[in-house]
Design a protein around this ligand. Sequence first.
Ligand code: MSP
Length: 512
Amino acid sequence: MADFYITTAIDYVNGSPHIGHAYEKVLTDVIARFHRLKGERVHFLTGTDEHGQKVQQTARKRGVAPSVFADEVSAEFRAMLPRLEISNDDFIRTTEERHKRVVREILQRLFDKGDIYKGEYRGFYSTRQEQFLQSKDRNPDGSWPEIYGEVAEIVEPNYFFKLRSYQEWLVGFLTANDRYIFPHFRQKQVMEFLKEPLNDLCISRPRERLEWGIPLPFDDGYVTYVWFDALVNYYSAVADRPGVWPASWHVIGKDILVPPHAVYWPIMLHAAGLELPRGILVHGWWLTSGAKMSKSSGNAQNPLDLVDEFGPDALRYFLIREMNVGQDGDFSRELFLTRYSSDLANDLGNLVNRALNMTNRFAGGLVPAAGPAGAPEDELRALWEATRPEYLALFEQFQFHTGLERLFAFIRAINAYIERRAPWKLGKSADPADKALLATALATIGEALRLASAALRPVTPASSEKIGAVLGCPPQGAWLDELAWGPRLAGSRVAVSLVLFPRPLPAAEKAP
Ligand code: MSP
């Protein structure tokens, strides 16, 4: 059973993971953790997409079997997940038996219904690259690029799925479910696309050309091709788990919305008599100097290098704070370092150390109970009361960057409160009123920090846990209750110090 089932795209195994792949996992993880923290039963799936021409060719070049190559790269993607603190419940590989069985079942069902038929596939074929080409592969002058060698138009018998018969149904569905795709402008793009008549989808390749695939259950001479295999992963992974399907959200990049996720997948499910996912969340691309980060453009940043240097939470925070979900975002080391030092090291990391230092210096390491509050306390608390519902609502609507902006405004307000109350001055005074105020100030600082850190749990789980631990108050009970301002820190013993986001920056940074 699950109340909330969320998936990422499954990654092709023809190259190592980069920031784009890492981002999608982190984004999905933040959503999964957010729902778990709210008390829902969450199921979170990710995995690898392993069949197809490219993998077959790369493996051949390397002189290994496709399965050996796929095992290697899939393991690399999988190993990245714990390093990024991804809390997935399952990892599916399209080469697993549980997946292949379901793909074949669905193909058979659609074949029996008459939705799959044999026809003639016409296309331009490059023998050198052993692949069909599309018009977008042509040079601007209409010729074919050198790398394809000789390109011939060929006709080949293949199997087709009757997409066209379902076009009207899909338009009706998307019209009735106007908010199916987030952000909304993407749904409009899909509707535009659907204004043109759909072609039926070629779903097979003859086995003599493509061996590395799932054989069609009704014709052993063919394997199924690309999307019919890959998309089914979302369902095949949970086919044996009652009450999980349908997915609440598929999280994908903008390049694979139209047509695969917005057209093929809903039609495949509908035709097979299965429920549709509840929504599709489409993120943009990470760019470097204006171009999509990708392995083939040679501008890929290895996310694990940043994790090695700065820890997983720093990368997670950067990715979620910097990207407006649905838009593209720029990645550069400079931008990363700016966020790291201003938000994490300066605003948050310093606050933690100030809170610990002062509690140790002025209260023997025990958070005092708050005494009477004045205007500075009332204002800080009022800011929290306003920030909390806003933050939760923004997270609910996938506006994580704005949610974090608001939360860090609160964190900066805690730092400003410290300046205003100046506990170091109160600590020198013998006046009982100042002593009471000092207790109030330390209690307020501790509580405000505890709240900020608890709120950050979906984004920076490890750091939040550490902050909870050094405040002598590890997270407990329901998360939403944890976000209520209260006296729960009174009497708890704090640690001496905690270096969360070290400054000065690592030595590597100082090198030219
Ligand atoms: N295997 C298909 C997806 C099948 S889903 C049933 C695929 N794989 S991929 O490895 O090319 O991409 C996986 C995901 O990473 C996609 O959602 C894609 O949009 C995302 N990203 C790849 N490069 C990206 C960026 N530079 N920036 C952000 N995400 C991008 O497509």
